[in-house]
Write a protein that binds this ligand. Sequence first.
Ligand code: NAP
Length: 286
Amino acid sequence: MANIISGKELSARLKADMAAEVATFGAKYGRVPHLTVILVGEDPGSVSYVTGKAKASAEVGIRNTTIRKPATIAEEELLGIIAGLNADPEVDGILVQLPLPKHIDEQKVIAAIDETKDVDGFHPLNVAALWQKQPCTLPCTPKGIVKMLKTAGVEIAGKRAVVIGRSNIVGLPVSKLLLDENATVTVTHSRTRDLAEVTRGAEILVVAIGRPKFVTADMVAEGAVVIDVGVNRDPETGKLCGDVDFAAVEPKASVITPVPGGVGPMTICCLMENTIECFLRKMQAR
Ligand code: NAP
């Protein structure tokens, strides 16, 4: 039986601690942190993520503004909104919910956000700082994964870690964070040969592919720590499921994260933490 790390419970504890801290900010700084989320279009997944971010902000005591724009918005107009938020001293965090409609250049939009308000940690300057081991805003999902591992008492240093997926938002940054924790990291992807052979060598396996139940028991070593980042619909049941076949892999793993209730809630929790960090950096620089 694996130790199942509940991201839901851990994030609830961390949010309660943050709420207690934020409650002191009014007296100290005259206001609370302010997160502004821009939602373009009505993709149901994006709408649900934005709603989750507003709910978490309310729990922590962070002021949340959600700007909703139609999918037809011109790139120019979106960049104008970001410029206004960059210049607004009462806005501490700016998040543009991804993905954006095809006619908008996502990289251009991310780069337009003031890097000191980039609570997602996606701005090129934050990415460069991460890879140069400089102070920066860490991307939320990778940050949450490392927090979960540490809270579960998983020793990372010296371990063989395998990451499946090399995206800019999960695979690559989580690989770097694990490397910074002194794991020996292998990054795999759709062109990796004999993937199962590589993953069977993992003491820590992080899966971020976006394919329901892709990782089966034969791909996992006995006693491995398995972190499932995937958020998918099970084609058979229509229910949410991860990239890992949980029922089959759990008996082999020593530690595993569930979907839902694993990495997802920790991502939102780290977004709250990043917003507070951006706010405090600004307040302490005054
Ligand atoms: P992505 O940008 O689509 O990247 C997927 C990665 O998986 C790519 O690097 C791809 O390889 C690799 N891949 C695809 N098929 C593969 C295969 N058969 N074998 C090995 N590697 C394969 O996805 P993402 O944004 O990283 O997201 C991954 C999953 O995590 C999605 O389900 C997403 O919804 C979820 N997610 C969850 C959270 C959360 O908070 N829980 C946050 C972000 C993302 P190539 O590079 O070769 O194409």
